[in-house]
Design a protein around this ligand. Sequence first.
Ligand SMILES: [Zn+2]
Length: 227
Amino acid sequence: MYFHPSYLLLIPGMILVWWAQQRVQSTYHKYSEIRSSLGMTGAEVAQTILKHMEVHNVTVEPVAGALTDHYDPSAKTVRLSEVVYGSDSLAAAAVAAHECGHVLQDVKGYKPMNIRASLVPAVNLGANFGPILIMAGLFMGAIGGIFIQIGIALFAAVIVFHIVTLPVEFDASSRALRIIDELGILQGEENRAARKVLNAAAFTYVATALYSVLQLVQYIILANSRR
Ligand SMILES: [Zn+2]
């Protein structure tokens, strides 16, 4: 692969993504060492919220790995990483409540969540084949132009996905913070800790979205610089 100065454009994006990941890990680590005053585990927090919201068809189960927490709408299951599931820390409460925020989005038919889900097949295609088509096109001479254009269009779907992810994640966190405060799962200052954990997590999505925009710009510059 040859070097083109436009690759330098990606560096600030990489630094931003790296910094966001460091920040979420250190914030998470800090508040995973502080127990909540009520002492509810992540699993108990999730079950309490779901019960309060009268959601009876969603199960809560542990899943292996770190920061693997997610809500699976097709299986109607909240999967909490083993540490979150069994921990009574402030970080565990925040993460568990966030995943329940996604459940509430599902129950209420929150539009951006459906749009995001419908984009997943296009994103898998775009993230895998977009860059391949662009790179192949760059080495193909005159006929390469059409490959590059298709590649860029596919990669644009990835960006739409990352951008639609932002309201979904911010909304899940704001629902989570509201409900843990309302139900008294966390008390006073503890809510601020939960907000910090969820904000740090949300920022990783912002960084990823910005990085994907830089990638697209870089692809366009590369495409225009070929002769
Ligand atoms: Zn989320």
